[in-house]
Design a protein around this ligand. Structure first.
Ligand SMILES: [Zn+2]
Length: 497
């Protein structure tokens, strides 16, 4: 047999479309040609595969080798095709029985000595292979991610030799050792958060706002002097959010797997971003598009500290994902979509020096400077933040004498109950209600309408802000276990503008 066909996967966004590696060995001068849109990283695999085959004690055929990666129009990058290419060459040269290859898919990068190295996107590959009745052979090091996918046969290997022994054992050629299947582990989606809300002393107003945020999936902006505890509070939001469902946890894990970033399964992400961050780092992209911070914050929290210091162009990339919950990255060969359903938390000082309105009276900024500073955040972005809250600095004495705050576990119990009410009613968190759903799920009586009319004329609310106000009021009513949104709920919502 001088021809072999091997199944593998490419990675496009979070998807892992099938790719077939076809290897043909023919008479002629020794050469290796690769066709089918391989990118630079795949072309480099020639040299790795050759060394890995020789160093594993196999023969590298000294003839003309043609490798075709099909379909040709699918972009292929990364070193994950090393293993399938090596298996194809070994099979086409008669060193592995070709007939068993149809039962398997292969992914993995090869080291020059034949060892298998981990790849990015292993979880996406495992999800894609599920349901196609093939067994996946991949680097053992990726097993911990891949075994989160139920009902898929996965074999982990340390090197090329182990893979060949397994294939020969299956085909009855030679008495090699078989690989042991990796066992699906269902981990609890109730992870432990090390940062607890009990560390936040006092600040009852801001804690309440955070609880509303967690319940309705609302975005929030903390405004306050340095040291008032804005970051302390923001970083505790994941610990009071409802637990991720299994599907949500898998989605988040897939993003991290493709990005090659470690992830503790089931944890709500918290991604703090600094204002020096580039637009690409935030949105994702690059020549090989990688998920950015907004996707790494999927089903979790994106924290932008010192919001006015961010470049407007950088913040602009968030506008579309805030509406559509995903980001589309275009490049020459293809469009890639990554999920970006994140909860936005911002923090800012009230003025350039940070102490405007502070009881210490140390701020010397002019009112013009204060206004200019606050205006640095673009109106459209500000309009998309549901809750604005002032966090006063606590005097040291108060801070030292204040009792510990309520723990995350206690707050989360209330959040989970109120969140369940919203899900039962409308199938999604309140922050995602459309204007027509607002009419359906937030019926207003005469008193409520009168209150809103006054508020609207006094605060000069845009239509968008008006809807945000109602969504927040709906969440406040849910926390109060009230079917009807009362005037008191509306009034509290207005206080967060
Ligand atoms: Zn100031």
């Amino acid at each position: 047999m001088s021809f072999a066909q091997v199944h593998t996967r490419s990675i496009v966004g979070l998807n892992a479309p099938p790719v077939t590696v076809e290897v043909h060995i023919s008479q002629g001068l020794p050469a290796l040609t690769m066709v089918g849109l391989p990118e630079a990283s795949v072309r480099e695999s020639k040299d790795r595969v050759r060394s890995a085959i020789i160093n594993s004690g196999f023969d590298f055929p000294n003839r003309r080798i043609t490798i075709n990666l099909a379909p040709a129009d699918l972009p292929k990058d990364g070193a994950r095709l090393d293993l399938p290419i090596a298996i194809g060459i070994l099979s086409a040269s008669g060193q592995i029985d070709e007939r068993v290859l149809g039962d398997f898919e292969f992914v993995g990068e090869l080291a020059l000595n034949g060892d298998l190295r981990g790849i990015t996107g292993a979880l996406s590959v495992a999800r894609a292979v599920k349901g196609c009745a093939r067994t996946l052979i991949m680097p053992k090091i990726n097993g911990a991610e891949a075994v989160k996918v139920a009902d898929v046969g996965i074999l982990g290997a340390d090197n090329l030799t182990q893979v060949c022994h397994h294939l020969n054992a299956v085909s009855g050629v030679g008495g090699g050792e078989k690989l042991t299947p990796m066992i699906f582990t269902h981990e609890s989606t109730n992870p432990v958060y090390t940062l607890d809300l009990s560390d936040v002393k006092g600040q009852y107003h801001a804690r309440r706002a955070l609880e509303i945020c967690a319940t309705g999936g609302h975005s929030i902006l903390f405004k306050g002097s340095p040291g008032s505890g804005k970051t302390l509070m923001a970083s505790r939001l994941p610990s009071i959010l409802p637990p991720l469902t299994d599907d949500e946890a898998l989605e988040v894990a897939s993003v991290y797997s493709v990005a090659g970033v470690p992830y503790e399964f089931g944890v709500r992400p918290f991604r703090p971003c600094h204002h020096t961050m580039s637009a690409v780092a935030l949105s994702g992209g690059g020549s090989r598009p990688k998920p950015g911070e907004i996707s790494l914050a999927h089903h979790g929290v994106l924290f932008l500290d010192e919001l006015p210091e961010f470049d407007r162009k950088t913040l602009e990339v968030m506008r579309q994902p805030l509406e559509s919950k995903e980001i589309i990255i275009s490049r020459a060969s293809a469009q890639v979509a990554y999920p970006a359903n994140f909860q936005l938390v911002g923090a800012m000082n009230p003025c350039p020096c940070g102490y405007h309105g502070d009881p210490s009276n140390r701020c010397r900024c002019t009112s013009e400077q204060v206004r200019r500073y606050q205006d640095k955040i673009s109106g459209p972005l500000l309009d998309r933040i549901d809750i604005h809250i002032h966090v006063p600095a606590m005097p040291i004495d108060d801070l030292q004498n204040a009792p510990l705050g309520e723990s995350s576990a206690v707050v989360r119990e209330r959040v989970i109950k109120a969140y369940a009410i919203a899900l039962n009613r409308q199938g999604k968190p309140n922050s995602q209600l459309t204007p027509s759903q607002i009419d359906t799920y937030i019926p207003l009586g005469i008193a409520q309408k009168q209150f809103l009319a006054t508020a609207q004329s006094r605060l000069n609310l845009s239509a968008r802000s008006y809807h945000r106000l109602l969504r927040v009021a709906r969440t406040i009513a849910d926390l109060a276990m009230s079917e009807q949104v009362e005037v008191a709920h509306l009034a509290e919502a207005v206080s967060y503008r």
